[in-house]
Design a protein around this ligand. Structure first.
Ligand SMILES: C[S@@+](CC[C@H](N)C(=O)[O-])C[C@H]1O[C@@H](n2cnc3c(N)ncnc32)[C@H](O)[C@@H]1O
Length: 249
């Protein structure tokens, strides 16, 4: 190993099922001295770490968790100690995971690091329950958007999104689902637009709830979940019958 060999890797853990890790992610996990992970990274994935590896949970949960600045400093310190570090984030590290900020912080500190993409829940959660985010003749685009805005952040223009067409995939949108549905309908989406909410896709807890956009506010959805809004949300291509019905409708 020479000085330019990364000692730290920002690694995507995929949606939950350890079999959906990349080969590179599994190799790095098996070699790491320290694994710094988020709350949504499941025990099955963490079990692939060395038995003597140090596991540090920096997951942010409502009302608790480690501040992002401290996580950034921790990564820089661990890298400086010369240990082999995996920073493990659910899905893809650069899709709403603040991986970009952590990468910038490492770069500013002069730390050489590697980026390992992961399968994002934005596509994995719909796929796991038979929903293709694009479908010829039904959806020629998909938009991935966060439903969670911090105070002071620029609000999402839901009206504009309603005009884009195609499929809308919302991450971190469970708590705000009523407001999101109302804003999309105000922007022009019809109340009968199909919606699917997929909870903890690819894990033992996977569950899908389907409804119409105008029912979303009053539909029970467990968090965390990925919301899929658009015609494809009525599909389950694992059952050909459902596809035919949706295509006719
Ligand atoms: C902070 S974001 C991180 C997204 C992650 N970087 C990715 O690419 O999947 C967390 C949100 O992703 C979604 N999510 C993550 N894992 C999921 C899963 N297994 N099933 C459904 N949604 C999931 C939920 O909307 C959750 O609130």
């Amino acid at each position: 190993m020479n000085a330019s060999t990364p000692r730290i890797a920002l690694v995507g853990a995929g949606p939950g099922d350890p079999d959906l890790l990349t080969v590179r992610a599994a190799r790095l996990l098996a070699a790491a001295d320290v694994v710094v992970h988020d709350a949504l990274v499941g025990s099955g994935v963490l079990a692939l770490a060395r038995h003597d590896a140090e596991l540090i949970d920096v997951g942010k949960r409502p009302g608790q968790g480690v501040a992002q600045d401290l996580i950034n400093l921790l990564l820089v310190r661990l890298a400086a100690e010369g240990r082999q570090v995996v920073r493990l984030k659910g899905g893809d590290p650069f899709v709403f995971g603040r991986g970009g900020e952590e990468a910038l912080q490492l770069a500013e500190a002069g730390v050489v690091f590697e980026i390992v993409p992961g399968i994002s829940s934005a596509v994995a959660a719909p796929a796991a329950v038979g929903i293709p985010v694009t479908f010829r003749g039904m959806s020629a685009a998909f938009t991935v958007v966060t439903g969670h805005r911090q105070h002071g952040e620029q609000p999402i223009d839901w009206h504009a999104l309603a005009l884009v067409g195609g499929t809308i995939v919302v991450l971190m949108g469970v708590a705000q689902r009523g407001a999101i549905a109302r804003a999309l309908m105000a922007g022009g989406l019809v109340g009968s637009t199909p919606v699917a909410a997929i909870h903890r896709a690819t894990t033992d807890l996977e569950a899908v709830v389907r409804c119409r956009l105008d029912q979303l506010a009053d539909t029970d959805v467990a968090s965390p979940a990925t919301l899929v809004i658009g015609a494809v949300a009525a599909l389950d291509v694992r059952r050909t019958q459902a596809v035919e019905e949706a295509s006719e409708g």
